[in-house]
Design a binder for this molecule. Structure first.
Ligand SMILES: [Ca+2]
Ligand SMILES: [Ca+2]
Ligand SMILES: [Ca+2]
Ligand SMILES: [Ca+2]
Length: 272
């Protein structure tokens, strides 16, 4: 009888442990785990992203016209954020560079109004795949599921370099640069040393394929968090870019991390 009782206790203990295991696994976002396994990224990237620079973004009642003119109703009452973190390059003056931006969204996309004051605009490499970061360009970092983690050669996150000629370039999983012109629609107008950019950024998930893609951009809704940073590559007359300015503080000595590490991105919280 004693033996039977012990066995029963043992069985129920084992069962309880199994249940616990099961509960733990289900609370762990299984979808992300699957994706990481496929991409064979290191265990470091599995750490959950810290939501630094968490910002609420209000929904656009009507989308702005992407024409480089900031007279759309939606922009009028939105807050300006500063593009003032010097990620790469020497000290600079206000004449050399100043940048600020506004954000809004709807089901289709995230919209950006970016105002850049830059003394000289250059597009020295007409080939969009020739050191695209050494021309003046706006760079938009997007991590659809706000997972953080490594993304240099994968679509865990995108680093869209938007050139003055409208070309949008990032590295693909094949370690080659690709055009993502249908992901980001942009227009800009320059008066004096001020350039006003408007961008419509569709938000693609990490399942996006460079070849024969059938993955649609996600339909955005209130409550969603998206990993985000903005940057500007400023070159005025040098062979290589002179500065790289970002929207978010990056700790450590080497602040040029955004193009490979989505953990440094800020977080946008979409609101009605
Ligand atoms: Ca406009
Ligand atoms: Ca400049
Ligand atoms: Ca991601
Ligand atoms: Ca410049």
């Amino acid at each position: 009888m004693k033996k039977i009782l012990y066995s029963a206790v043992l069985v129920s203990l084992l069962f309880a442990c199994k249940q616990e295991e099961k509960q733990e696994t289900t609370s762990e976002k299984p979808k992300q785990e699957e994706v990481y396994e496929v991409k064979e990224v290191t265990s470091e990237t599995k750490q959950e992203k810290e939501n630094h620079q968490l910002r609420s973004v209000s929904k656009a009642q009507s989308a702005p016209a992407i024409d480089g003119v900031a007279n759309d109703t939606v922009w009028q009452n939105l807050e300006w954020y500063q593009l003032d973190q010097n990620w790469v390059g020497d000290d600079y003056t206000k004449e050399d560079f100043q940048g600020k931006y506004k954000l809004t969204w709807n089901e289709e996309a995230i919209y950006l109004l970016v105002e850049i004051q830059d003394d000289i605009l250059i597009d020295q490499y007409k080939d969009p795949f020739k050191t695209w970061w050494d021309d003046d360009c706006v760079e938009v970092f997007i991590d659809e599921d706000n997972s953080g983690g490594e993304h240099q050669y994968g679509h865990n996150a995108f680093a869209y370099h938007v050139a003055l000629d409208g070309n949008v370039v990032d590295f693909g999983p094949d370690k080659e640069p690709h055009l993502y012109n249908d992901h980001v629609k942009s227009a800009h107008k320059t008066e004096g040393n001020t350039t006003v950019w408007e961008l419509k950024v569709k938000i693609y998930p990490d399942t996006y394929q460079d070849e024969n893609n059938s993955v649609e951009p996600v339909k955005l809704s209130a409550g969603k968090n998206v990993g985000f940073a903005l940057a500007y590559c400023d070159n005025d007359s040098s062979k290589e870019r002179e500065n790289f300015f970002g929207s978010v503080y990056v700790p450590g000595v080497d602040k040029n991390q955004g193009w490979k590490d989505a953990n440094i991105f800020g977080t946008l919280h979409l609101e009605e």
